[in-house]
Design a protein around this ligand. Structure first.
Ligand code: ADP
Ligand code: MN
Ligand code: MN
Ligand code: MN
Ligand code: MN
Length: 389
């Protein structure tokens, strides 16, 4: 079902960076496409529904899905966008409920929208719109944690640093690398400039602009430690908004990769003998942002995170043990540590934050393929909601 060069490769160690889906890429004629895509829409609006479901039939990993509905008018708010369904893997339908609305950068200029939705079982008995959340709906539990935080007067913010690798779709090796070989070890590629170091900047620029157009809170971009490895930041954003926008930014990236005929992987360690890729999660709440006392709150919360290290690691991305080795600016998966300005710690508190005595801290453990709903939910539950004996 998902042939977009997507997400989680199954335990890649050497060879190809991602599991093959067994399809070949077929190029479409852009001139022909333009001929039809410039026709007017007869007043109708196209709504692209995007949601998360199982990536492989193993039911373990997850990825994006989408399909389109024609609307008669431009919806003014979320309630004007219909609840919809798609067919699940047994005889039952799955209900998709709109949660966020974005402008559609792929069908520009006509009020077309992308609708981020979450998934529920069909209603039964006296249930009105839908039944309980599906097992792939991690948003519902995240939203509920955010609501409980709100009830105690909290306002958690999240900022994500999404790293990823672009791939050659024929070889599944990082884009621009000679097949099976590595780029020069002596060259610094982080934040690099110039054609000898940079791969696919035009795709990355397109992604940045498309996110801005859509209304995704993209905070910036930078090239990473190897060519074809990039990062974008989302946030800071309150509650589930950050996680929603990160999923939308991933969706936009996947769609652009279809057009550019480039692959992308979020596997934590797609290439052996090279630094892996993560999704550092920057987090703050009322207590950490308050001055005075912010630093004390951060230290207290770090100790709560220490006690829950294993639970967090279990939800921070499949295959993360291949990345969190204690090398390449990571802490070992088996240890929890925090430190000021320490990129080898599990949690880094920025030097500026320590100086100002308040602000946010960076959880460096989440892998690039993590689910931001799970990570946000756990951070809030562990640091703000759990009762301590
Ligand atoms: P790094 O130095 O680790 O590469 P980046 O500049 O890539 O850091 O990312 C910093 C992140 O911190 C951004 O995603 C931003 O949204 C986030 N951030 C900034 N302020 C806050 C805050 N108060 N609460 C949560 N996240 C924040
Ligand atoms: Mn059908
Ligand atoms: Mn960064
Ligand atoms: Mn980075
Ligand atoms: Mn970081």
């Amino acid at each position: 079902r998902h042939d977009m060069g997507s997400g989680v490769s199954k335990g890649a160690t050497s060879g190809p960076c991602q599991a093959s889906t067994g399809i070949m890429k077929i190029g479409m004629d852009p001139v022909l496409s333009k001929k039809y895509m410039t026709l007017d829409q007869n007043g109708k609006v196209q709504a692209e529904y995007v949601w998360i479901d199982s990536d492989y039939w193993d039911g373990q990993s997850f990825d994006l899905c989408c399909k389109t509905l024609t609307l008669a008018d431009s919806p003014v708010s979320l309630d004007e966008i219909p609840i919809w369904t798609y067919s699940g893997d047994d005889a039952k339908d799955i209900v998709i409920v709109p949660r966020r609305m974005y402008r559609d950068p792929f069908r520009p200029g006509n009020n077309n929208i992308i609708v981020l939705a979450d998934t529920y079982q069909e209603p039964s008995g006296d249930e009105k719109d839908h039944g309980p959340a599906t097992k792939f709906n991690t948003r519902a539990a995240c939203e509920s944690a955010m609501r409980r935080a709100e009830e105690i007067g909290e306002d958690p913010w999240f900022g994500f640093e999404q790293e990823y690798y672009l791939l050659d779709t024929t070889t599944n090796w990082p884009l621009g690398w000679p097949h099976g070989k590595y780029p020069d070890k002596e060259t610094a590629f982080y934040c690099s400039v110039g054609s000898q170091k940079v791969v696919a900047r035009s795709l990355i620029e397109s992604h940045y602009r498309a996110c801005l157009y859509a209304g995704v809170m993209i905070g910036g971009i930078n090239s990473e430690v190897a060519p074809a490895q990039w990062e974008f930041q989302v946030g800071p954003a309150s509650g589930t908004l950050g996680a929603d926008d990160l999923w939308m930014a991933r969706y936009i990236l996947q769609r652009l990769c279809e057009e550019y005929q480039v692959g992308v992987t979020f596997d934590p360690k797609p290439v052996i003998k090279q630094a892996g890729i993560g999704c550092h999660t920057n987090y703050s709440n009322m207590a950490t942002r308050s001055s005075p006392g912010g630093m004390d709150a951060i230290k207290l919360q770090c100790e709560r995170l220490r006690k829950n290290h294993d639970k967090h690691i279990a939800n921070y991305g499949i295959g993360n043990e291949r990345r969190l080795t204690g090398k390449d600016d990571t802490a070992s998966i088996n240890d929890f540590s925090w430190g000021v300005g320490d990129r080898a710690a599990s949690i880094r508190i920025g030097c500026k934050v320590a100086m100002r005595d308040c602000g946010y801290y960076e959880d460096r453990r989440p892998a690039a393929n993590m689910d931001p709903y799970l990570v946000s939910q756990l951070l809030v539950e562990t640091t703000l909601l759990e009762k301590e004996e």
